[in-house]
Structures are given as structure tokens and as C-alpha cells.
Design a protein around this ligand. Structure first.
Ligand SMILES: [Zn+2]
Length: 343
């Protein structure tokens, strides 16, 4: 098969021919049609997140099952699939409680601890393949369908985690990013009043198109003041922070109104300060939101199948242009998601 292999941190992809993977017991192999290219996997490539080399990265796939290993009953050859990102155990307390991202025995991530989707074929534990629901034209739109498993499902899960309701105000920090813009889209779909917060002026038009009702330019405005002004001084009901730096988390916390919820995801995990008095007096909540469960992937795919939302993939390139595509992602030049067409 043709595969894009990384041999060391911060080095170019090598497009090589290598043996096709073979499904062992409990495993399956899919032919990959497309694979999303987000900032997380660029972090791997650039050496900002640790990776064991050589490695084939990528996890936001659309594919078709071509081989199943012994004992696999959940899949058959020809099934259209996407991949679940986490290699969770399936049997610990958290997996059994439908909280798979919190698995006690997490074995790693697809495209990090095992080879991923930047190749013509991908082998995974069978339970990491999720069959696509009816009604998705995955052959015509493999890139868009592929990114649902992360870029759309992660914001979808945040709607539930933060209990976002129609009519509430939702500020999205990092709204111009690949996940942020889909959060704008999903919060709009949920009936919220969406306020996009970002420093990248060139993404503001896309934020509006994705469903933002208001824009706060964090490069020049005082974000807390702007969010208070836009909500009649009350503060926002929800702040979703895809930047999650100390500064953005502190701004998000200060901008919350009564019963406000701050959601952190992404970022470097640094400490931040907030007012315990506000938490108490305004009954506020601070929440983390980690990836998604399988059913949230399926529900997100069903939303797309029903035409409720459509993933924003603005750059689709062949495997030969993986290096150029990653340079665009590295430099923040992609609106929404980028993806590779795998042939
Ligand atoms: Zn588990």
C-alpha cells in the first residue's frame, strides 16, 4: 500500500510503498478514502506531542472494510466506516458507563500509539471501527464524513456536557480554529446565541457564515467587557474555550453570568485563577470535556445524514501534497478542517 510515514519529529512525510496490514484476531482492515488533517496531528508531526516512530498518523477517516479477523462479528467486508479515536479497553468501569474517553486502561490513540489513516489501508481493533449510518454519501464526500468523528462530534458532545439550551448565550474562544468553528456551527444548531471570540480577523467572515451572531476581536477588544456588553451586563451562559490558555480561561470565567458554565478543552493544561466567591454566589460551574463517546460519534453522523449540519472542510489535497497541507495547518491558514484524499 501507499503510506505517508513519519520517521522522526519535525521531518517531512515519506510517501512509501509498504506491505498491506493483515487483520489479526479481533481486528479489521479498512481501505481509507480520506483522512482529516487537524492541529492535533500537526502537533505530533512537529514534535510538540510525543510519538513513537516510524508512525502513520491520522484518525479522522472514511473507509470501507476489506478484511475482518477471526472472531469479529460486528463488521463485514464492504461496510462503510469511520474510526473511534481512543484505543479504550471496553470493559473497565468507565467504558461500561459509556464514558469511554475516561477509560482506566487507555491503550493510546489511533494514529499515535498505532498506525492511522494516512495510508491506503488501516488496521484497528474491530471495535474502533464505527459503521456509517444510512443516508451519508460517503463516496462523494469522504473528507467531510471523515472529520465528523472528531471535528464535529467533539463540539456536539460539548452541547451536552455544558447542557447548552436554546436561547442561551454561548461564547466560543478560538472560534476560528478547526474545532472552534464547528462549535459555532453546533451551538447555532442548538438554538443558542453564539458569540465567536478569536484574534484571527481573516476567520471572522467564516465564523459568521458558520452561525456566529456576534464577533469579539480579542486582538483589540477587552474580551470580558465585550462579552458583558453583548449580554446586557449579565455575562454569558456558557464559555467554551478551545484555546484554554491561562489568559483565556481567566477571561472566560470572568465573563460568566449567573449559572454560567466554563468548558475547557485543548490547551496546555496550565493552572488558572478564578473567583470562588463568583462560583458560589452565581452558582457557576467549571467543566472539562474530553473527546467523545462512540454514541456521540454516531449521533453526529446522523445529524449530518439528516442534513442538519455539514462539516466545513476547505482544503482537500492528494497524498503527494501532505507536506503543503500540514504547512497550511501549522500556519493557521485553514478555515475549518483540512483533509487528505487517499488513493
Ligand atoms: Zn476502559
Amino acid at each position: 500500500m501507499r503510506a505517508l510515514v513519519l520517521r522522526a519529529a519535525n521531518t517531512p512525510f515519506e510517501l512509501v510503498d509498504m506491505p498491506d496490514p493483515i487483520a489479526g484476531p479481533g481486528e479489521a482492515v479498512a481501505r481509507v478514502l480520506a483522512c482529516g488533517c487537524g492541529l492535533t496531528i500537526q502537533h505530533y508531526k512537529a514534535g510538540r506531542m510525543r510519538l513513537a516512530f516510524p508512525r502513520i498518523i491520522g484518525h479522522e477517516i472514511t473507509g470501507e472494510i476489506v478484511e475482518i479477523g477471526a472472531g469479529v462479528t460486528s463488521l463485514k467486508v464492504g461496510d462503510p466506516v469511520t474510526a473511534y479515536y481512543y484505543l479504550n479497553c471496553g470493559h473497565c468501569r468507565y467504558c461500561l458507563s459509556n464514558l469511554e474517553p475516561l477509560c482506566d486502561n487507555l491503550n493510546g490513540l489511533v494514529g499515535k500509539e498505532c498506525d492511522g489513516g494516512y495510508a491506503q489501508y488501516i488496521k484497528l481493533p474491530a471495535r474502533n471501527f464505527i459503521c456509517l449510518p444510512e443516508g451519508l454519501d460517503y463516496k462523494a464526500h469522504p473528507a467531510e464524513i471523515g472529520v465528523v468523528t472528531d471535528a464535529l462530534a467533539t463540539p456536539y458532545k460539548v452541547l451536552k456536557r455544558a447542557r447548552i439550551r436554546a436561547g442561551e448565550s454561548v461564547a466560543v474562544f478560538g472560534a476560528g480554529g478547526g474545532l472552534g468553528i464547528h462549535q459555532v456551527m453546533m451551538a447555532n444548531w442548538a438554538g443558542a446565541r453564539v458569540i465567536a471570540v478569536d484574534i484571527a480577523k481573516d476567520k471572522f467572515a467564516a465564523c459568521r457564515k458558520a452561525g456566529a451572531h456576534e464577533i469579539v476581536d480579542a486582538s483589540k477588544d477587552d474580551v470580558v467587557e465585550a462579552l458583558k456588553d453583548l449580554t446586557g451586563g449579565r455575562g454569558v451562559d456558557v464559555a467554551v474555550d478551545y484555546v484554554s490558555s491561562t489568559a483565556t480561561l481567566e477571561a472566560g470565567a470572568k465573563a460568566l453570568g449567573k449559572r454560567g458554565r466554563l468548558v475547557t478543552l485543548g490547551g496546555a493544561g496550565k493552572p488558572f485563577q478564578l473567583s470562588a466567591k463568583d462560583l458560589l454566589h452565581k452558582e457557576q460551574q467549571i467543566l472539562g470535556s474530553r473527546y467523545v463517546t462512540r454514541i456521540e460519534v454516531i449521533e453526529s453522523l446522523e445529524l449530518v445524514a439528516r442534513g442538519e449540519v455539514w462539516p466545513l472542510v476547505s482544503e482537500i489535497r492528494p497524498m503527494e501534497q501532505a507536506e503543503e497541507l500540514h504547512a497550511l495547518v501549522e500556519n493557521g491558514k485553514v478555515t475549518g478542517r483540512a483533509a487528505l484524499r487517499i488513493t
